[in-house]
Design a protein around this ligand. Sequence first.
Ligand code: HEM
Length: 209
Amino acid sequence: MPPLATGNYVWTAPITAPHPPTRLPKTGKSSEHPTATDPRKTPTAVTTIPGYIYGTDKVPGSPVSVDEVELIKATLLFGEDDRDALRNSSEILAPQIEAILDVWYGFVGANPHLLAAFTGPDGEPDQAYLAAVRRRFGQWILDTARAEFDQAWLDYQHEIGVRHTRRGKNRTDGVRAADHIPLPRPAGPDAFSLLVRALVGTIRGAFEP
Ligand code: HEM
């Protein structure tokens, strides 16, 4: 198997202040007013990651509302302490993003049924596609740790979901890989649960001394 692309991830956000995507209003004027005293409002909304459109008006709205997210959080007993812990994690995670991505890509590369999602019509993994997604995935880890569950976040999470399906897959990077990623089945291991397990294991490992 050829080596997987390692990408050239460039962090544009300061480690203590993960990238706060600013939702750009249709008028083009920023609705955010960054201040020096609130690091999460640091004006670092600019990233050079192709296809990463979080916080822009290119993101279609999510059918899920912020109120519904609140219900999900309540159901999961996800409280302010969990949110704070998630936010604190960004300082630990940020310097280890490449290591996390190495594990994730190793896992995908070692599982033909996962690698298929990145495989082109020639039967070979599309290295440019892998590298492009890697950069956005790295940003997603930081965005997740930022734990700002507002409409802009919700909209982009929906967009990420759509990008795993026939409606959106391959379009961002203009590639011709598999056009759909199978969703979880009621029984038995599926690609998503395997990947979630791998992700959780990796992130947990990042916290171990
Ligand atoms: C819950 C589990 C998963 C999470 C959290 C997740 C997360 C992500 C994220 C953050 C991106 C980048 C989205 C963007 O900003 O464009 C992405 C893209 C992608 N992921 Fe996943 N993913 C999951 C499951 C999977 C599985 C099981 C596969 C199968 C190998 C997969 C394959 C891909 C592919 C091919 C893309 C690129 C889609 C495109 O063409 O735009 N993902 N994923």
